[in-house]
Structures are given as structure tokens and as C-alpha cells.
Write a protein that binds this ligand. Structure first.
Ligand SMILES: [Zn+2]
Ligand SMILES: [Zn+2]
Length: 317
């Protein structure tokens, strides 16, 4: 008799008895349990002014690790970075506690390649909560996993070094460093851990997850409306400029997400400044003409759709 493969746990329903077996406990520890403990600890930890300033600064620092590093450098190769900048981004991104560069970028490439389909790891068609957080908390059937090419990542020693030592990066840059700076700097060890460590990590995790959920649900679609990505200032504000998501899905190899001067995209500004200091190079941009063509085509499509709804036989001469 041939062996019948056992169905994956995710194929069955979540019940009162089996729910612990559905949970991916490693992820859940870092995105639910530790943040919950941090919120409880915050009730008993007064927030000092210096600690608040440090927490905001460290939010920006670790956020850049994700937006400029994990996303625009390693997932999309929108520019090149020398070794010092790659090491900085790997440490900062590790402090954001969102998985290793290798894991994050592989998922993100799958998301772009198979947007809104079963192989999209954070497929919005499975619901807002699923694309926001459930895809990490519930065990996923490897059978449905999209496997994009990540051979370039496997050849980057910084990526491999960070992947192998990921837990050390999380503890070192996610929790210990923010605590030690506040502790040695102004004696607030506990506040450093709770506010600059845990709550800062929690808030930026939630902000990034909004790009996978809200940015596929809320906002405009000036470049393409065949798939779900949308532009919205709210998601841009909390994610250092990653909210211009309709543009980004249309032109993913552009180092910018907000292309207008007035659009809030500090990640783009940071990459541009690094290039002036020769830390980054080969910043890729689509030509304005191509971008405008995309915008005009979408406008034309909308116009055609509106015309189709009108009764043209009664148009005036
Ligand atoms: Zn997306
Ligand atoms: Zn992307």
C-alpha cells in the first residue's frame, strides 16, 4: 500500500483542542507575546523625556534597516551598497525584529511575483487580518509556498552572516543595545528596554505589516488597478515612505517610492544622501516619460470605463 501523505495542519480547521499546533510559536513570541509583555511593563514604567527621544530616533534607525535595507536593497536591488552600509543595514534591520534579510526578502519577492494569488505569502484576498499578521502566526503549508530566485542573496556574505546569527541580532540590536544606551546614558535601563526596545519594535512591526495589509486595501491606484496595491499617505507616514505602494508594484526596481518632491519618502532621501558619501551607488530610476505613460494609460482606462457607462446616443451634436 502506498503511503498516503498526512494533510498539513493548516488544511484542517482551528479548534479549541488543536489551536496550539496551528501556531508558529517562534514568530508569535516576537510579534505578539513579547510586545504584550512590553505593554504590561509600560504601565509600571514611567516614560522619561530622554528615553522617549531615544526611542523615536531608534525607531527611524531600525526602520531604515527594513525600508532601505531589507526592502529596497536586498529584495529589489534598486541600488548598490558597499560593505560598511550593508553591515549597518543588516544590524539595523535585525533590530527591527522582522526575520532575517534572507527570509524577509524571499517572502517579499514571492509577494511581488505572485501578488494576490495563492503563492503570495501575504495575499490580501485572504483578508485584511491574514495579510497583516495571521500569515506569520499560523503555520503555512509549504506546498503553497512561492519559491523565488534568491541565489544573489545566498552569495552576499552579510546576508548569510545575519541569517546564521539572527537570534543574536534580535537580542543585541532589538533589545540589549536600546536598553544599554538609555542605561549608561541617563540611568533608565528599564525604560530603555520597554520603550526603545520592545514598544519601538512593536510599533514599527505593526507599521510594516500595514504595507502588506492596508497598502493593498486603502488608497488610490494611479498607475494600475489590475491588482490590489494602493498609494496612501497614512502608510507612507508610518513606514518612512513605503506607502506609495501602487507606484512601487508598477516600478519595483526604482529606488524611490514617492516620486514627487512633496511626497514623504525619507528612505529615498537617505539612499540619495548615502550615494553622495559614496556609501551607495547605481541608484535606479525609471524615466519620467515611462512613469507618466503608465499614469496616462490608467487615466485613459478609467475614462473609457466612464464613457462606457454613459448613453452616448444622446450626446449633443
Ligand atoms: Zn505589496
Ligand atoms: Zn517591494
Amino acid at each position: 500500500m502506498p503511503d498516503i501523505p498526512k494533510p498539513h495542519i493548516s488544511e484542517g480547521p482551528v479548534t479549541l483542542r488543536n489551536w496550539p499546533r496551528h501556531i508558529a510559536w517562534f514568530n508569535t513570541t516576537f510579534i505578539i507575546i513579547i510586545p504584550l509583555l512590553g505593554c504590561i511593563a509600560a504601565v509600571f514604567t514611567p516614560l522619561q523625556r530622554l528615553t522617549a527621544i531615544w526611542a523615536v530616533l531608534y525607531y527611524f534607525w531600525t526602520a531604515l534597516g527594513i525600508t532601505a535595507g531589507y526592502h529596497r536593497l536586498w529584495s529589489h536591488r534598486t541600488y548598490e551598497a558597499g560593505l560598511p552600509l550593508r553591515i549597518f543595514l543588516a544590524c539595523a534591520g535585525g533590530g527591527a525584529v522582522q526575520g532575517s534579510i534572507r527570509w524577509w526578502s524571499a517572502k517579499h519577492r514571492a509577494h511581488h511575483r505572485w501578488t494576490d494569488t495563492e503563492k503570495d505569502p501575504y495575499n490580501i484576498r485572504r483578508g485584511l487580518l491574514y495579510s497583516h499578521v495571521l500569515w506569520m502566526i499560523l503555520k503555512q503549508d509549504p506546498k503553497h509556498r512561492g519559491r523565488p530566485d534568491i541565489s544573489d542573496l545566498n552569495e552576499d556574505p552579510v546576508v548569510i552572516w545575519q541569517h546564521r546569527n539572527y537570534i543574536k541580532f534580535v537580542l543585541g540590536f532589538g533589545l540589549i543595545l536600546p536598553m544599554v544606551i538609555a542605561g549608561l546614558g541617563w540611568g533608565d535601563w528599564k525604560g530603555g528596554l520597554v520603550y526603545a526596545g520592545i514598544l519601538r519594535m512593536f510599533l514599527f512591526q505593526q507599521a510594516t505589516f500595514c504595507v502588506n495589509s492596508l497598502a493593498h486595501w486603502l488608497g488610490d491606484q494611479p498607475f494600475d488597478d489590475r491588482n490590489s496595491p494602493r498609494d496612501h499617505i497614512l502608510t507612507a507616514l508610518v513606514t518612512l515612505g513605503e506607502g506609495y505602494h501602487n507606484f512601487h508594484h508598477e516600478f519595483p526596481s526604482d529606488y524611490r517610492n514617492g516620486i514627487e518632491w512633496w511626497q514623504y519618502d525619507p528612505t529615498k532621501w537617505a539612499i540619495w544622501i548615502w550615494s553622495k558619501f559614496r556609501l551607495a551607488s547605481n541608484l535606479k530610476r525609471f524615466r519620467t516619460n515611462e512613469i507618466e505613460m503608465g499614469r496616462v494609460q490608467q487615466m485613459q482606462k478609467r475614462l473609457d470605463q466612464r464613457v462606457a457607462t454613459l448613453n452616448c446616443s444622446v450626446l449633443p451634436d
